[in-house]
Design a protein around this ligand. Structure first.
Ligand code: PHE
Length: 472
């Protein structure tokens, strides 16, 4: 296995800042601003937030470090990485699961990114002005996404942008996009938070978001929070293995991982501070929140249209917001596609262009049912898909369960199969604190696998069934 020879051809980040920003770019996206508030709303508010924060700290971070160390050690895509570390064992299938999961998540993610693009165009043209109440905004959203062909076109457009950036490879494409846009997004969000919490009636929203009602805590809430932590940190499918494989030897993996997690979690928490107060201010009933994928699209326009200097305040803020959200989504779709592309380039010796086009096409086709689901195609809208509509089913199966199972297996692999010794040796390149590394090895061997396994089993009702076998 050649470390440095391989590096030249595969590319490497320009600097540690470049890597951290790119990894943060992958992590920060629709997951923080669209999926996180949606999941919080659906899972009881503050109680979900608490479990989510615990999940980031206790299982998210250790898995992040585990993935980065596999990536930098092997300098391979996820499939190749497991092949290198454990030859002639089925562990490479775990990398394969990552490639499939990446394409599957990309398929519906790009549809939502397409909605974002449309809202960007609406915001620019003043189409969101005067959408003041929660009902108006909901009607507006339903009307907008009812156009199935338009959803599909926007989904396609977003996929083309993703493929074009992945063409550019690691440095030119991915690093550059993250460098400027992420800090800007942060600044804009802070501004929106200040505005949102100052709206009349915002307190009810803050209460829902920050004051836990523990009676809401169920196995469903816990698995949703853990799944969301993996989704938001881009874990469980090898994205961080892939990004870590482009990372230089001397960098500190632990502190890089912490930095990425802090930024990602910060953005998600801020997004909640924008959405819930504004929701309450717009007169929505927080106990019966609009379910499903539309939450942010039905809340944000009400914020923008209540901004000062009507309509200009709203037009400027709305445009800027949806522009930055589109870019944040793009730096995430890039990483979703990059996992499969790295696999096809390394293992199948395909050209980068061909791999990006083929996998992008696959994700586009798989995303069409999600694009049509809101467009009056009853088959996809109705609860035919594991009791859910098509897009929610995709998000649950791949965005929650597949990532969680992937993360569990990664912990088992690093903790027990590859072994923490070689993993620690890899971490030692750049990390100086033995104490932190000892803590990590305990978390990755015992705490994470146990916690994740119990949560998975509980959420699938396995524990109840087991209890039923031993009555009394
Ligand atoms: N973390 C991204 C987001 O929050 C989504 C993502 C998941 C990207 C998994 C890569 C891998 O938007």
């Amino acid at each position: 296995m050649q470390h440095d020879g391989g590096t030249q051809a595969r590319g490497e980040w320009r600097s540690r800042v470049g890597f951290v920003l790119a990894a943060a770019g992958s992590a920060i996206g629709l997951g923080n601003i669209w999926r996180f508030p949606g999941e919080t709303a659906e899972n009881g508010g503050a109680a979900f937030l608490v479990v989510y924060l615990a999940a980031v700290l206790l299982v998210g971070l250790p898995v992040m470090v585990a993935e980065l160390s596999i990536g930098r050690r092997t300098r391979r895509n996820p499939v190749g990485a497991f092949l290198v570390l454990k030859e002639r064992t089925p562990w490479w299938l775990l990398g394969g699961l990552g490639v499939v999961t990446g394409v599957a998540i990309l398929s519906f993610y790009s549809v939502v990114a397409g909605w974002t693009l449309r809202y960007l165009f609406k915001a620019i043209s003043g189409g969101l002005t005067g959408v003041d109440t929660a009902e108006q905004a909901t009607a507006h959203f339903n009307d907008a996404v009812a156009n199935g062909p338009m959803n599909t076109v926007m989904h396609g457009l977003f996929m083309i942008m993703t493929v074009l950036i992945v063409f550019g490879g690691v440095k030119k494409g991915i690093e550059l996009a993250s460098r400027i846009m992420m800090p800007l997004l942060l600044v804009l969000l802070v501004g929106l938070v200040l505005f949102s919490v100052s709206l009349p009636g915002a307190e009810a929203g803050l209460k829902f978001y920050l004051q836990p009602d523990w009676s809401q805590l169920t196995p469903k809430v816990i698995i949703a929070a853990v799944g969301q932590a993996f989704f938001s940190l881009s874990l469980g499918m090898g994205a961080m293995i892939t990004y870590g494989s482009y990372l230089a030897r001397k960098e500190n993996l632990v502190s890089s991982g912490v930095l990425v997690a802090v930024m990602d979690t910060g953005i998600a928490v801020l997004a909640g501070l924008v959405i819930f107060p504004a929701l309450a201010a717009a007169g929505a009933n927080l106990e019966t929140l609009p379910k499903g994928a539309g939450l942010i699209f039905t809340v944000l326009p009400t914020i923008f249209s209540s901004m000062p200097m009507e309509p200009w305040g709203g037009i400027i803020f709305g445009t800027l917001f949806f522009l930055l959200l589109s870019v944040a989504a793009l730096t995430s779709t890039i990483s979703l596609l990059e996992v499969g592309v790295a696999w096809a380039v390394d293992e199948l010796h395909m050209s980068r262009h061909k791999a990006a086009i083929l996998l992008g096409l696959a994700a586009f086709i798989l995303g069409i049912p999600s694009a049509l689901a809101t467009g009056g195609w009853q088959v996809f809208t109705q609860a035919h898909w594991l009791g859910m509509d098509f897009m929610t089913a995709m998000s649950t199966v791949f965005g929650t369960y597949s990532l969680t199972i992937g993360a569990l297996l990664i912990c088992i692999f690093v903790g027990w199969v590859w072994g923490v010794k070689p993993a620690l040796a890899e971490l030692r390149d750049g990390c100086s604190s033995e104490g932190i590394m000892r803590l990590w090895s305990i978390l990755v061997r015992f705490v994470c696998p146990l916690a994740i396994a119990v949560i998975l089993a509980q959420s699938m009702g396995l524990l109840d069934r087991l209890a039923g076998l031993f009555p009394g």
